[in-house]
Design a protein around this ligand. Structure first.
Ligand SMILES: O=C(CO)[C@H](O)[C@H](O)COP(=O)(O)O
Ligand SMILES: [Fe+2]
Length: 217
């Protein structure tokens, strides 16, 4: 299975969102990654339901919604209504993670868990059966354009083994600082989905950049 590419709309030109989404529709992107930041769980505020809904109105690719918010349970229905197909909540923000994942799945969405760079993947040992996608943060969440944190490689390898040992097909997504240099190594380590924000949208030709990431074996 080839790696899936999820460009992060956080790095797009917000004054031309329709044009940016149409560019992604025409590209090899598999998902559109939508970063929701509340200014509490992370030190930044991005955007919320109306903008997500506006992206979805033009999108021909599934929305992969990454919730960097406290109390995500309160807002799951709204994100489903706004068009989310995958909803990832942060391990560090969920007191009742099992309940939250059941809630996401009851809405008909795929359930993801995102973990911060310092959070050991071993904390997922007792919940992995309930998870469709693990989003390994390879930067501290809150901002695009940060430098990739290399401990991600060993986390991917350990998580891959844990998934294989349990006979699961959970997807491993890597989010933050992904570029053409680290992407082949991430795929080799076992990543299934690569999020890329600045690397895609700051490039001269985002369509070609996405194609090159997608063609990594
Ligand atoms: O969740 C995120 C930040 O918290 C973003 O998805 C991530 O930073 C992607 O952007 P970039 O590729 O520019 O690092
Ligand atoms: Fe993200």
């Amino acid at each position: 299975m080839s790696v899936k590419i999820a460009p992060s709309i956080l790095a797009a030109d917000f004054a031309n969102l329709q044009r940016e989404v149409e560019m992604l529709n025409a590209s090899d992107a598999d998902y559109i990654h939508v970063d929701i930041m509340d200014g509490v769980f992370v030190p930044n505020i991005s955007f919320g339901f109306p903008v997500t809904e506006a992206i979805n109105r033009h999108a021909q690719k599934p929305l992969d919604v990454h919730l960097m918010i406290i109390n995500p349970d309160k807002y799951l229905e709204e994100f489903k209504k706004a068009g989310a197909e995958i909803i990832s909540v942060h391990f560090e923000a969920c007191v009742h993670l099992h309940r939250t994942l059941q809630h996401i799945k009851s809405l008909g969405c795929k359930a993801g868990v995102a973990i911060n760079p310092h959070t050991p993947i071993e904390h997922l040992e007792n919940i992995l059966e309930e998870v469709d996608l693990v989003c390994l943060m390879s930067v501290n969440p809150g901002f695009g354009g940060q430098k990739f944190i290399p401990n991600t490689f060993s986390k991917i390898k350990r998580l891959s083994k844990m998934i294989a040992d349990k006979g699961l097909n959970t997807l491993i997504e890597v989010d933050g600082g992904v570029n053409q240099s680290n992407a082949p190594l991430l795929v080799e380590a076992g990543a299934n989905v690569l999020v890329a924000g600045n690397f895609v949208f700051s490039s001269d030709n985002p369509i070609t950049t996405i194609k090159n990431l997608k063609n990594i074996q």
